[in-house]
Design a protein around this ligand. Structure first.
Ligand code: DGL
Length: 279
């Protein structure tokens, strides 16, 4: 067991890069009183095409670092990490790192609400290759709502478009349209599409351009926020370890200037960023 600071600390939010900022945004809207520590592993993004073992190892390193920096609760603001690393971290690593700390994923909160968001009972998932291949969404949704038909399409170029600040470029239209058309060809009765990658809300202006108006686009931020609020109310022993000052600290494994510039575009505010090394 490693020695970790026991005093209360910020809530950690981890993503491979900028995508988790959409989760941070949703969570801060609903729970602005807490302190947060955001960690983007931008130097090693994207995680989507990486193997199970690599995503697990990178995520374990990030979670351990957030614990060392004072977090008692870490949210994997990344579907790929939630699909490939969450269970092993919860079952294998937490008991040895510190059984009183918690790591939560973001797939469950989204699948829990989807039953209320579809009338046709045909749901689409757009996500990274890793998340689609893991079939996490299909399995979770079918456990809760066996009557829902789930179709998924991997969108390999979408994360680099966001990471390289090309989300608004004319080139992005091609890749966005291509994957939406592919999804709708799989099942034309889809009436709700889950953006199963936290980077994708940053492509929303392009996505709405190519999705039929009657189809609901489900971004995760607000549902993760609701679920976190509910979790904290049910777990006072964790809630009391989360400091409240409304402050956010940003960490990146890449160049802080690059992160600052991009984060400002996504969050519309100036952020102070520190560089850290993982691994
Ligand atoms: N934003 C992440 C997700 O939700 C990961 C994207 C990536 O690094 O490929 O899946």
């Amino acid at each position: 067991m490693i020695t970790l600071p026991d005093k209360a600390g910020p809530i950690g939010i981890f993503d491979s890069g900028y995508g988790g900022l959409t989760i941070l945004h949703g969570v801060r809207n609903l729970l602005p009183e807490y302190d947060y520590m955001y960690l983007g592993d931008n130097a090693r993004a994207p995680y989507g095409p990486r193997s199970f073992d690599v995503v697990y190892e990178f995520t374990r390193q990030a979670v351990t670092r957030l614990f060392e920096m004072g977090c008692h609760l870490v949210i994997l603001g990344c579907n790929t990490a939630s699909a490939k690393a969450l269970r092993t971290i919860q079952q294998v690593d937490l008991p040895t790192i510190d059984p009183s700390r918690r790591v939560l994923g973001i797939i469950r909160p989204t699948t829990e609400v989807i039953g209320k968001l579809t009338s046709t009972r045909h749901v689409g998932i757009l996500a990274t290759e890793g998340t689609i291949k893991s079939e996490s969404y299909t399995l979770e949704i079918q456990k809760l709502y066996p009557d829902i038909k789930v179709s998924g399409v991997a969108c390999p170029f979408w994360v680099p478009l966001v990471e390289y600040n090309e989300a608004d470029s004319p080139g992005a239209d091609y890749f966005v349209k291509k994957r939406i058309d592919q999804l709708m060809r799989l099942d034309s009765e889809i009436d709700a599409i889950i953006l199963g990658c936290t980077h994708y809300p940053l492509l929303l202006p392009k996505i709405v351009k190519y999705v039929n108006p009657g189809i609901r686009i489900v971004s995760q931020g607000e549902y993760v926020a609701e679920s976190l609020k509910n979790y904290l109310s049910r777990h006072p022993e964790i809630e009391s370890k989360c400091t409240q000052g409304g402050h956010v600290e940003y960490l990146t494994t890449e160049n802080p200037d690059k992160f600052r510039e991009s984060a400002q575009l996504f969050l519309h505010e100036h952020v102070d960023v520190k560089n850290i090394t993982l691994g």
